[in-house]
Design a protein around this ligand. Structure first.
Ligand code: ADP
Ligand code: MG
Ligand code: ZN
Length: 472
């Protein structure tokens, strides 16, 4: 029998507010252990939490960007459990009145992964295992989180990955989190079940905790799918439980049978009032949202006529997309600007991190100036490319690098002379070309471009070179 994977994700995202959710401590990552703590976030008796409104606003933005409804009145609850990373022995979270509900994220295929809810809560501290001992670092305790919970709508590992990537990108666009999986600011609990293909009934799920990389998530889901199919095939039952993924063995193992809500003895947090959000506040926050990735992509393909793959690449990095938007604004040929970014500029930022940071010596306005010269026909593509390289090296605007004389290009007689010299000086390339290696002429064109400092028109040079080779 064939089986289908069914998954629902619970994604924890650390919000990049300056301070923690209930106190004034900084949320900064990577400092000495236990230096970003105070009596409130270490749960000292007698202290009182005070809700940071910025957290609520960030979460509402996250909800709006994923098509959620925003609750006019939400409240916070205590989720009780005992663990050394949680000094109060309860986490302040939201149980039955979350801030955001009923949203979705649409995948490339058009399938929608419904978002059940987004709620806010505090993060716990971190246990550090060293030299056989366990230490606790409370810096992370009280850092604000949103938890984004989906319906069990995900049907494959690829869909799970695409969903998380889209969620990540949206959150980065709206600026509520850096979503760095490797730093733990985005972590997923993956709920997986299997069922015979065609069946409507959901199987029993297992929840794999705390996936903090796509590689682990993929391996864990694959292992879990195979494990559950084996169980079902051999007539056994899948047990509803929480499992841990072991990256050393690539397997999952049971941690504990799944708690029910009642095990947490949820009750209203008595030290905090309800969270009231007016329609005006919602609209104000909506107004602060930037153009979101899907809308950008649609505009690049629809209005600018960019190939879908190019549009995706630009949209994938928020700062690159903003740079492109500014450089291409009002131009007739945004495609040319896109090509320069994806070619000349991306070559200088090989890694994802570099593209994400998009640190350039030139401004978008400077690229725009160059593009305008191209658009008006005053500058040829080859010169534009070499000029752009110099601009990127020096940070100088096109006006300082290219004179009117340069823009005039190389006149035909001069070009003939240079091409003739090139042919005379490279008998091997000429012989190769004659022997049918058409590519050999490219080396000669390269030589001409070098000799003219990129000013020559490459197409014209190619025509002259071929003519000369045939004549000679
Ligand atoms: P809990 O509150 O116990 O964590 P929820 O009902 O809120 O349980 O579900 C948690 C997550 O598990 C959700 O993302 C949901 O989509 C997913 N889920 C629920 N049932 C299944 C199932 N049968 N198979 C896969 N995922 C499931
Ligand atoms: Mg859960
Ligand atoms: Zn504190």
């Amino acid at each position: 029998m064939k089986y289908e994977l069914v998954a629902g994700l619970e994604t924890h995202i650390e919000l990049s507010t300056k301070t923690k959710i209930f106190c004034g401590c900084t949320t900064e990552f990577g400092s000495e252990p236990n230096t970003h703590c105070c009596p409130i976030c270490t749960g000292m008796p007698g202290t009182l939490p005070k809700l940071n409104r910025a957290v609520v606003n960030f979460a509402i933005k996250a909800g709006l960007a994923t098509h959620c409804e925003i609750a006019p009145v939400a409240k916070m609850d205590r989720k009780n459990y005992v663990y050394p990373d949680l000094p109060k022995a309860y986490q302040i979270s939201e149980f039955d009145k979350p801030l955001c509900q009923n949203g979705y994220i649409e995948l490339e295929s058009g399938r929608r992964i419904r978002i059940t809810r987004i709620h806010i809560e505090e993060d716990a501290g971190k246990l550090v295992h060293q030299r056989g001992d366990t230490y606790v670092d409370y810096n992370r305790g009280g850092v604000p989180l949103i938890e984004v919970v989906t319906e069990p709508d995900i049907r494959s590992i690829d869909e799970a990955r695409e969903y998380v990537e889209k969620l990540q990108l949206i959150m980065k666009y709206i600026g509520v989190s850096d979503c760095k999986m490797q730093e733990g600011s985005l972590r997923c609990d993956v709920n997986v079940s299997v069922r015979p293909e065609g069946s409507e009934k959901l199987g029993t799920r297992a929840e794999i905790k705390n996936m903090n990389s796509f590689t682990f998530m993929t391996k864990a889901m694959q292992y879990e799918f195979d494990r559950q199919v084996d169980l079902v095939e051999s007539g056994e039952q899948v047990v509803q439980e929480t499992r841990r993924f072991d990256d050393a063995t690539g397997t999952t193992e049971g941690m504990r049978s799944k708690e029910d809500a009642q095990d947490y003895r949820y009750f209203r947090e008595p030290d905090l009032v309800s969270i009231v959000t007016t329609p005006e506040q919602v609209e104000e926050l909506r107004g602060q949202l930037p153009e979101l990735p899907d809308a950008k992509y649609a505009r690049y393909v629809g209005e600018y006529g960019l190939p879908p793959a190019d549009a995706s690449l630009l949209v994938k990095y928020r700062r690159v997309a903003e740079f492109f938007d500014e450089a291409a604004n009002g131009l007739q040929t945004p495609k040319t600007v896109a090509n320069l970014i994806l070619g000349q500029i991306f070559r200088r930022m090989p890694t994802d991190e570099e593209k994400e940071a998009c640190n350039l010596l030139i401004s978008a306005g400077m690229l725009r100036e160059l593009a305008l010269l191209l658009e008006s026909g005053k500058m040829k593509m080859n010169l534009a490319k070499s000029t752009l390289d110099t601009m990127l090296d020096t940070g100088k605007p096109v006006g300082e690098l290219v004179s009117e004389g340069d823009l005039a290009g190389v006149d035909e007689d001069a070009l003939y002379k240079i091409c003739a010299e090139m042919v005379a000086a490279n008998p091997n390339a000429v012989a190769d070309y004659r022997a049918g290696k058409e590519k050999a002429v490219k080396a000669l064109i390269g030589g001409v471009m070098k000799a003219t400092k990129g000013k020559a028109d490459a197409t014209q040079a190619e025509a002259i070179l071929i003519e000369l080779i045939h004549k000679a």
